[in-house]
Design a protein around this ligand. Structure first.
Ligand SMILES: Cc1cc2nc3c(=O)[nH]c(=O)nc-3n(C[C@H](O)[C@H](O)[C@H](O)COP(=O)(O)OP(=O)(O)OC[C@H]3O[C@@H](n4cnc5c(N)ncnc54)[C@H](O)[C@@H]3O)c2cc1C
Ligand code: FES
Length: 270
């Protein structure tokens, strides 16, 4: 769905080193948002290019949605400094969504850094499913950070009953190693059953590539959410392509904004 709409900034909170959560009032996006989708926001300081952000939270009743971003360049700096009440030109919700796990399968969400943004919304959808259908297993969340200080807003996960398993590169939080190494360890040690889980990943591309390979080795269903710089955001400019494979195995180009950002990992040539 492509809507060009005005999003009004409700508040900005710092939730980590240089990491900000922002809430916007925009009822159409809040009602339509699905886990995996993103919004494309035009920062006030850049008249040309929008920036893509995963939808981190959505409250259809209040008509609000949240994004989580790290200040990197001109666009994110401009957004972080916007005063409450700012009106931003936005397209959304854009892109596809995560596919529900097959019946009886546990959803395992593997996030790296701010890759946790779309996974949180997906985990909450899975939790709602589990409470509706008692037989549906609870989701498992594995989150990787460089160091403990970068673990974003763990209380926001705990307040919904999500208890992520953490991994950190320096060993300061949870497992010493990457989120993918921890996932592999949990499968190898039999704590997760590779044939009864569906894996959903979001994080830097080398991490998604590693996750895709581990899942292929275990014969596990895996979807990854990819990031590309997105000039248009809805499929017309071909500025966001990745190399993929079609159903017959032929290599082809896929548009992250329109064919994704969520892809069956086996269709991407990493
Ligand atoms: C589907 C998707 C979801 C994402 N979700 C998140 C998220 O939840 N949180 C998060 O922190 N990041 C997310 N990202 C990454 C985020 O879009 C970038 O971090 C953001 O664009 C950084 O903007 P910036 O201006 O701060 O820095 P930069 O992008 O480094 O800006 C530097 C320069 O790049 C150029 N540029 C920027 N955007 C574009 C564009 N769209 N097309 C062409 N040139 C451009 C501009 O000329 C700009 O001056 C996501 C990306 C995608 C594709
Ligand atoms: S951003 Fe233009 S086709 Fe994807």
């Amino acid at each position: 769905m492509k809507h060009r709409l005005t999003s009004t900034l409700v508040w900005t909170r710092r939730v980590g080193p240089n990491i900000f959560q922002q809430r916007f009032h925009q009822p159409t996006i809040a009602r339509a948002a699905k886990a995996g989708q993103f919004v494309h926001i035009l920062p006030a300081d850049d008249l040309l290019f929008r920036r893509a952000f995963s939808i981190y939270a959505a409250d259809p009743k209040a008509g609000t949605y949240d994004v989580l971003h790290q200040v990197l360049g001109v666009g994110t700096r401009s957004l972080a400094n916007d005063p409450v009440g700012s009106e931003l030109d936005t397209l959304g919700p854009l892109g596809n969504r995560f596919t529900p796990p097959p019946p009886g399968h546990t959803a395992v969400l593997v996030g790296g850094g701010l890759g946790m943004a779309p996974l949180r919304l997906w985990a909450l959808e899975q939790l709602r499913q589990s409470s509706r259908r008692r037989s549906a297993p609870l989701p498992v969340m594995i989150l990787g950070v460089r160091t403990k200080a970068q673990a974003v807003a763990p209380y926001q996960l705990a307040q919904h009953g999500l208890r992520p398993v953490w991994a950190s590169d320096d060993g300061s939080k949870g497992f010493h190693g990457t989120a993918v190494a921890l996932f592999d360890h949990l499968v190898q040690s039999g704590k997760l059953n590779g044939s009864r889980i569906a894996v959903y990943g979001c994080g830097p591309e080398p991490m998604m590539s590693a996750l895709a390979k581990v899942c292929a080795a275990h014969g596990t269903f895996c979807e990854v959410s990819l990031e590309r710089s997105m000039p248009c955001g809805y499929g017309v400019c071909m500025g966001c392509v990745v190399q993929g494979r079609d159903r017959s195995g032929y290599e082809t180009f896929l548009r992250v904004c329109r064919d994704g950002p969520v892809f069956d990992a086996s269709t991407i040539v990493f």
